[in-house]
Write a protein that binds this ligand. Structure first.
Ligand code: RB5
Length: 153
């Protein structure tokens, strides 16, 4: 199914690229939900990861994009929300595979170590790939089952 609605947010380290990517996606015709921040004041990335994760879980958007310094903190935080499969993406090949094999629904990007042009290509590959199903779908079901696993001990 083609993607039409995308949620996006960042922290201060991803703020500049977030603004550019949000504008570019809008020009490309996507409905973009920008959850901020709207200036480069220092903020805490888990607060913004939660906003985009909630939008994806509630189906306000089909996919999410989160940008921090490395992309890693955003992924760790977003993956705490049941239903979220966030992947830190640093190449177009990995972006496609994250959708195809892992049914990732949030791309997390590095605003400090990956340039804007590359991140746009990564986002394009992510949006234009679809989960492959079959054996991969079975594995994704097992990921979902881990969300309700009893605590160790
Ligand atoms: C902020 O300095 C930085 O820690 C944050 O953007 C991110 O890289 C965390 O993973």
């Amino acid at each position: 199914m083609p993607v039409s609605k995308i949620a996006i947010a960042s922290d201060h380290a991803g703020f500049e690229q977030k603004a550019e990517i949000a504008k570019w996606l809008e020009n490309e015709g996507y409905e973009v939900f920008d959850f901020g921040p709207f200036n480069d004041d220092r903020v805490d990335y888990p607060d913004y990861a939660e906003l985009v994760a909630d939008a994806v879980v509630k189906a306000q958007a089909e996919l999410g994009i989160l940008i921090c310094g490395t992309g890693i903190g955003m992924a760790i935080a977003a993956n705490k929300i049941p239903g979220i499969r966030a992947a830190t993406l640093t190449s177009t090949d990995v972006a496609s595979l994250a959708r195809e094999h892992n049914a990732a629904n949030i791309a997390t990007l590095s605003g400090r170590f990956v340039d804007l042009a590359t991140n746009k290509q990564i986002v394009e590959a992510f949006i234009n790939s679809e989960p492959l199903g079959e054996r991969h779908a079975e594995r994704v079901k097992k990921i979902s089952a881990l969300e309700t696993r009893r605590p160790v001990g």
